[in-house]
Write a protein that binds this ligand. Structure first.
Ligand code: NAD
Length: 475
């Protein structure tokens, strides 16, 4: 519960629609101040067992009631909407993003709930006549585990819960230990509208996620997080032959073509890098710029970076909040120092900028090339390396020379040229003159090390189902 200015006390998990606590607690820090804003239960093996058992016992009814499931999602959406201001405040105090971005995240969660509440998963009829009918039906997989990261704590959780529930699965959700508060609040709200056990929310560290992925009952694990954790989840879930969807890290390239109007695109490009302090899986994480535009682009982006107002998320003038936690800021600092040691130029930022919290100034790095860590690795922070190129084919080759394959974009005034380049980019989503943008029902998927399977849209709901074939010859 929020009291006064973001002060939070006593959070509970939700197991079987009841509050559940633990003797051990985890503290949640406000990244803008480093102060504790909430203490949450650190669940133990008994909680894991109870949460899974409760999801399992709810499954029998839930899987049979398509219409009731959609109604329940409508009611859950209404509750999230009713509590939107509180949820947005919670997100800002646990994750650090400016309040206007948190509001957008809550609005996005409402849209997801609305979209999935209207989704009917149809059977596929392959053939039907007087003699024969062959039908593929999509049955819920069973109990699903949802494991989520910190950067969009509510948004990512709802992107898993909504399709899982509409598909007929019941869920055990484990949010990031850095940002469990909004999910615990969602669990609490859900007790009013979902049957007991349909959604269980438990809090804890990586160990809890692994125990859930390993547990014998869940048939599906939907995971969003880093590549390393994703590999571990896949290997544990694989042993149990469970379904998995893995939405993992990215190192998205954006390629500017030489006909682009820098003034026109600079603002949009900038926020495709720095929104949520760069902690977005599909942020632009490296920029390829032709010789002729290089100086102009570097200066335009550095100028914007210098002008950004960095501050606490609950200050209405704030454009850029802090990083979510100390570990992430250290990683970002390390990458910038490494780039500087390799001769790169730090054109803006490169400092913490504030004495409290986990702030880091928006940092533009020029004179940097592939082979330097900040270009080759995912920074997941407010840092953009800008790489110079001479031939477009070379930029495409370098953009693709990565084990990541989440998103990529090309920016141009010439749609035909843009399409040609887009076709060659190796990523789950490719944009032209945009990055990160989505429309309703759009799936998200990573190729190469960026993931397995698909989240979002009807593909996202189908991921929580298994096909069964009915081949029926009439007697
Ligand atoms: P993380 O992998 O450290 O943790 C994510 C979640 O997994 C947390 O809840 C954590 O407790 C849990 N976890 C960690 N190890 C586990 C294990 N062995 N078994 C089961 N659960 C485990 O990731 P993070 O640092 O919280 O998030 C940042 C990463 O997430 C970045 O790489 C980012 O690109 C990625 N991400 C990807 C997407 C996408 O859609 N592709 C979206 C958001 C974030």
């Amino acid at each position: 519960m929020l009291e006064g200015k973001g002060i939070v006390v006593d959070w509970n998990m939700t197991i079987g629609a009841k509050p559940a606590s633990s003797k051990r607690a985890l503290a949640v820090e406000d990244p803008a101040t480093g102060t504790v804003v909430g203490t949450v239960p650190e669940c133990d093996s008994r909680h894991i067992r109870d949460a899974v058992a409760s999801a399992e016992s709810a499954l029998q009814c839930w899987r049979e009631e398509g219409e009731a499931r959609r109604d329940a999602l409508v009611r859950l959406r209404a509750l999230v909407y009713e509590n939107r201001d509180e949820l947005a405040e919670i997100i800002t105090h646990e994750e650090g993003k400016p309040l206007h971005e948190s509001r957008k995240e809550v609005a996005g969660a409402c849209s997801e709930l609305e979209y999935f509440s209207g989704l009917v998963i149809q059977d596929d009829i392959l053939t039907r006549n007087d003699h024969i009918e062959v039908r593929v039906v999509h049955r819920p997989m069973g109990v699903a585990v949802a494991i989520t990261p910190w950067n969009f704590p509510l948004g990512t959780a709802v992107a898993k819960i909504a399709p899982a529930l509409v598909a007929g699965c019941t869920v055990v959700l484990k949010p990031s230990p850095f940002t469990p508060l909004s999910c615990l609040r969602l669990g609490e709200l859900s007790r009013q509208v979902l049957p007991p056990g349909v959604l269980n929310v438990i809090s804890g560290g990586d160990r809890v996620g692994e125990a859930l992925a390993r547990h014998g009952v869940p048939r599906m694990v939907s995971f969003t997080g880093s590549v390393d954790s994703g590999r571990r989840v896949a290997s544990v879930a694989g042993r149990g032959l469970k379904g998995t969807v893995l939405e993992l890290g990215g190192n998205d390239p954006a390629i500017l073509l030489d006909d682009v109007d820098v003034e026109v695109i600079v603002d949009e490009l900038f926020w495709n890098v720095f929104a949520n302090c760069g902690q977005v899986c599909v942020a632009v994480k490296r920029l390829y710029v032709p010789d002729v535009l290089y100086e102009e682009v570097v200066e335009a982006l550095a100028e914007k970076a210098r002008a950004v107002t960095m501050g606490r998320g609950d200050d209405p003038s704030t454009e850029l909040g802090p990083l979510c936690n100390a570990v992430q800021r250290e990683r970002v600092e390390c990458l910038v120092e490494d780039a500087a040691r390799h001769g790169a130029k730090i054109c803006s930022g490169g400092n913490r900028g504030k004495s409290e919290g986990y702030f880091y100034e928006p940092t533009i790095i020029s004179d940097v090339d592939d082979g330097v860590r900040v270009v080759d690795e995912e920074q997941f922070g407010p840092v953009l390396p800008i790489v110079r190129y001479h031939l477009v084919e070379d930029a495409v080759r370098r953009a693709n020379a990565s084990h990541f394959g989440l998103g990529a974009s090309v920016w141009t005034g010439d749609s035909e040229r843009g399409r040609e380049v887009a076709e060659k980019l190796q990523a789950g989503t490719v944009w032209m003159n945009a990055h990160k943008s989505t429309v309703e029902g759009q799936p998200g998927t990573g190729i190469k090390a960026s993931g397995l399977g698909t989240e979002g849209g009807r593909w996202g709901a189908l991921a929580f189902t298994e096909p069964r074939v009915f081949y029926m010859k009439m007697g």
